[in-house]
Design a protein around this ligand. Structure first.
Ligand code: URA
Length: 239
């Protein structure tokens, strides 16, 4: 790989900026100053430094964000704050994006990455990767609703894939339920629309799992962290 590409992808700056650093002699490869931006480096073997600091190369980044309500799952928005606004400057990269959309008022599990291939596979309805949601519902959900979820519901002229509805709690007096819903696809407002099709209404929604990876209890709302190698493997094993 070219040295300037290595440095730019490591997040040191734009291609133009890193070329300047190289030209000025601020970059070393294996303890030798390297002034050619075209010099070839092996990301697995060579030790590259800038201003005396080792610059590690990483192609893909994987962050798990506990999305709070009130921000949109987009990289940019004219009106609202986005999930990318929650990132610290040191972690932010232009190529990061959220994997799939959670509504503005939905909370919970949101993967942020620059790995387009993994994102595609996690979202493809063909791969059947499970997404589990916790929902508070106005109305008492019942066995009939569970069957409706399994049979599928017509949304936008298409039948939804079989989905699981687990009823954790119901309150007849208050006419409310706490449920968990497992989908294998991600249509627009899908949980809310499926619950509505049963004559009830979602009042709170949080995604708590994607594939084999659950939202960790210790990840505070609005915060994010890089996935560990093990967590990434759990996620990749889901597809
Ligand atoms: N289903 C919804 O209705 N909203 C979400 O944000 C995610 C799934």
């Amino acid at each position: 790989m070219r040295l300037d590409k290595y440095l730019a992808e490591a997040g040191l700056g734009s291609r133009k900026e890193v070329k300047q650093y190289i030209k000025k002699g601020q970059v070393t490869v294996n303890d030798q100053v390297e002034k050619k931006d075209k010099a070839q480096v092996d990301p697995l073997k060579d030790v590259v430094t800038f201003a005396g600091e080792v610059i590690k190369y990483q192609e893909f980044y994987y962050y798990l964000l506990n999305k709070p309500a009130g921000v949109v799952s987009a990289t940019e928005d004219k009106k609202d704050r986005t999930v990318m606004d929650l990132f610290a400057e040191a972690d932010y990269r232009k190529d990061l994006f959220p994997v799939g959309r959670l509504d503005k008022d939905t909370e919970g599990f949101l993967l942020i990455t620059n790995d387009g291939q993994l994102a595609h596979e996690l979202l493809s309805p063909k791969k059947h990767v499970e997404k589990e949601y916790l929902a508070q519902v106005k109305g008492v959900m019942n066995e009939q609703d569970q069957q409706t979820f399994v049979k599928g519901i017509q949304l936008d002229g298409e039948l939804t894939l079989p989905a699981e509805l687990m009823i954790d709690e119901t309150d007849e007096e208050k006419q409310t339920s706490t449920v968990r819903i497992v989908l294998k696809e991600g249509k627009f407002h899908q949980v809310k629309r499926m619950v509505k099709a049963c004559g009830k209404e979602v009042t709170y929604l949080k995604r708590i799992r994607m594939g084999g990876l659950a939202l960790p209890d210790d990840l505070a709302k609005g915060s994010y962290r890089e996935l560990s190698g093990e967590e990434l493997e759990q996620l990749k094993a889901s597809k």
